[in-house]
Structures are given as C-alpha cells and as structure tokens.
Write a protein that binds this ligand. Structure first.
Ligand SMILES: *Cc1c(COP(=O)(O)O)cnc(C)c1O
Length: 402
C-alpha cells in the first residue's frame, strides 16, 4: 500500500491501483483489497532472514479467500487447515496432501474420513481422535498419517492470545503424550510429527525466542522414546503484526538469530527432521485493507459521528469484538485525503443498528465528507471470514486480490 504518485498523490493505492479505480473494479463499497506484492515481499523477507531449510506453512483460517490461498500455494511449503472446507481449498490450490496439516479440537467423523482418504496429516488432539482415526483408517484401507498436537508444559508471557500451556481444549497435555505414544504403537497409524502451538499475535522477540526454544526442547524430549525420527516438527508461529498505537513490529532478525542455536541442536538430535513454522496474520495481515464509505455525518452530544456503509459484519476485529479486552482503534485513514492535516476528532461507526458497531473512537481526521473513503489498514487477516456476515442482513463485502 502506498500513496499513488502519478495522478493524485492524496489517494491511497493498493497494489499500484488507487482507491477510486479499485472501487470501480469492486462495483461498490465496502470491499477488502489484498496486495499480492505485499504478500510476496513478506514471504521473501522471511525466506531471507530465517535459517535455511525452515519450512513456512500458511494457516488458511487467517484469510481463506481462494485467490489468496492459490497465490500462497506456490510460495509456502504447506498449509494448515481446520475444517473440511479449508482442506478442499488447500488441495484445490494444488498443495500436496502430505504438506497439509489438519488441526482442531473438534474434528467431525466426516471431515476426518476425508482427511484420511486424501492423505492429509491429521494433528491429533485427544485419545478419542486417535481411536477415531484408527477405526476410519481400517474402514478405508488406508494408513492415516498423524501428528500429535501437544499442549506445551510451559507458559509464555506477552502473547496476545494464549492457546497453549495450562488447561486448554487444544492439543494433548505434554504430560499425557507418553501414554498416547504407547497407545499409538498398537494402532495402524504413521506418526509423521509433532505440533506445538504456544500462542498468537506476539510482537515481543524475546518471548517468541523463548517459546521456540522450549518447543524444540519439548519435541526432543517427546521423541526420545521413539523408534524412528518423526518427519516434521511444527513449532507453531505466533509472529504478530502491529495493530495499535505504540506497537512495534516483531524483530524478525533477532528471532532468526536465536533459531540457529536451537535448530542445530534439534537437527543433531533428530537427524532429517523438518522444522516448520505456521503463520497466518504475519503473512497476509499487513497486505490487506478494508474500504468503506462515509454515508452520513452527524453531531450528537457535541461529538461528530461519521456513519459508514461498512461495519462489524465485515470486520469484527476492527470493531473490537473479536477477543479484544480493551477496545482500541485499528490504524485508519481517509483514503482520498491522505495528506490533509487533521482538522477534527470523530467517531467512525458502521451501519448496523447496534452500539457495538464502532470502527474508530475519537480519531483525529482531516475535514471528512460524505462519500469519502474510510480505509482500515492491517485488515488482510481475520477480516471478512472472522465476521458475522449475516448479522442484520446488509450486503456482504467484496474481496479482491490485486
Ligand atoms: C490460528 C492458528 C494459527 C495462525 O495464527 P496467526 O496468529 O494468524 O499467525 C496457527 N496455528 C494454529 C494451530 C492456529 O490455530
């Protein structure tokens, strides 16, 4: 994303196309636009910075738009999926089944059967899932490929959304893994690897480094009693992106620097093992914008409200209702007045008839008119697909990869 230089440098552009033309292409607002060049740049910087041979997986749930998934299929080494729909997306995009991992605490009978039939790696999260996989493998005459999703026996601080350590529905507690491995020996399944997911949206390099090192240690401990070296260790992702004022980008160079140490140890102890990181928002989050338009402007109780044609039904995260404890504003600009100086403070709201539908509270803005573009940045992940699109029945948002 950048200011279009040629015609009108006051207008934001995405992928080299300015907002007016993008809106023309979409046919209407609101829309999401994802910049493929920005995605490519992100993948390239990861490849250039991380130690050689570290696999990059894309977690499809961050942005399941088929064009985005297809685009990433040739850039990353694998996909992580969490449902039969995402599984089909991954396979339709041409990703080989052996490089797709299927995680989730509640895997249904039908999706499990499909995953086994297509040869996807099933990340088991309970003893019951092991029994189901074994039974379905027998029924289908296929040996399922499985990995154990381990709930790590450590906590990490600073992580935005903690999903590992302590009591959780995700994965199998590290302390229960030896028992599960004993049970596994009696089952006709192939253990492909371990999956350790310790958290999400972490901007603090020291925390990521610590979590990765502890995850690698955990995998080494768990693999100790195995007859063969597992094919892969998925050590989670957790790389965050800055959303709010004062947040700094993750120091990727520091994370990469520390990786060399534990990676060498892991590779010596478990020769041939592939180390994989699974990233969602870090790959696509900063590559997307959400664009809606001001359709009304009013003053109430001395405050100016800009009402837009967008809202939480497209972008729940920006409204602050997607797991945030304290509501904070996503970065927001008036896309056709990029360089105008702030002239007023406004509240930007969506068009839904609920007080939850706030897009920005008390933001300094240039003099803003009906028809102007409100652009929410950092909207490439957990946008449309993480929003209640049917709520109140307004039109869906368009999505474009440009
Ligand atoms: C959601 C999820 C991810 C991706 O998280 P991001 O914060 O988008 O990087 C990775 N792995 C698992 C198991 C997940 O559930």
């Amino acid at each position: 994303m950048s200011a279009a230089s040629s015609e009108n440098n006051d207008v934001l552009s995405v992928g080299g196309i300015d907002l007016t033309r993008l809106a023309g292409r979409a046919g209407r607002t609101p829309f999401f636009a994802y910049d493929r060049t920005a995605i490519d740049d992100r993948v390239r910087s990861l490849r250039n910075t991380l130690p050689a041979g570290v696999g990059l997986h894309y977690s499809i749930k961050a942005n399941p738009m088929p064009a985005v998934v297809h685009h990433l299929a040739t850039q990353v080494d694998g996909f992580d999926v969490t449902s039969a729909t995402e599984m089909a997306l991954a396979l339709n995009a041409g990703m080989p089944a052996g490089r797709v991992g299927f995680a989730g605490p509640g895997k249904g009978h039908d999706e499990m059967r499909r995953a086994i039939a297509s040869g996807i790696n099933i990340h088991l999260e309970s003893l019951a899932q092991l029994h189901l996989v074994t039974a379905l493998g027998w029924e289908l005459g296929v040996q399922p490929s499985i990995a154990l999703r381990v709930n790590p026996d450590f906590h990490v601080g600073h992580s935005g959304m903690r999903m590992g350590g302590g009591a959780t529905p995700f994965g199998v507690d590290a302390s229960q893994v030896p028992e599960l491995l004993r049970e596994l020996k009696a089952c006709e399944v192939a253990l492909a690897g371990f999956h350790v997911f310790w958290g999400s949206q972490c901007l603090h390099a020291r925390t990521v480094i610590d979590a990765q090192r502890r995850s690698a240690d955990l995998v080494m401990r768990l693999a100790d009693g195995l007859a063969t070296v597992p094919r892969y260790a998925n050590l989670g992702g957790g790389f965050g992106i800055p959303y709010f004022a004062g947040e700094m980008p993750l120091d990727l160079a520091a994370v990469a620097g520390a990786m060399h140490g534990w990676l060498q140890q892991l590779r010596e102890r478990l020769p041939g093992i592939d180390v994989v990181l699974e990233l969602g928002r870090y790959l696509v989050g900063e590559a997307g914008v959400y664009v809606c338009r001001v359709i009304d402007r009013k003053v109430s109780g001395g405050r100016t409200f800009l009402v837009t044609d967008g809202g939480l039904h497209h972008h729940l995260a920006a409204s602050g209702n997607f797991g945030q404890v304290l509501r904070r504003n996503f970065p927001i600009v008036i896309g056709n007045r990029l360089h105008d100086v702030p002239a007023e403070r406004c509240h930007i709201v969506g068009c839904l008839c609920t007080p939850l539908d706030r897009l920005a509270d008390d933001v300094p803005l240039p003099d803003t008119h009906i028809g102007d573009f409100v652009v929410i940045l950092q909207s490439g992940a957990y946008g449309r697909s993480a929003s209640p699109t049917d709520f109140l029945g307004h039109p869906d948002a368009i999505e474009m990869l440009v």
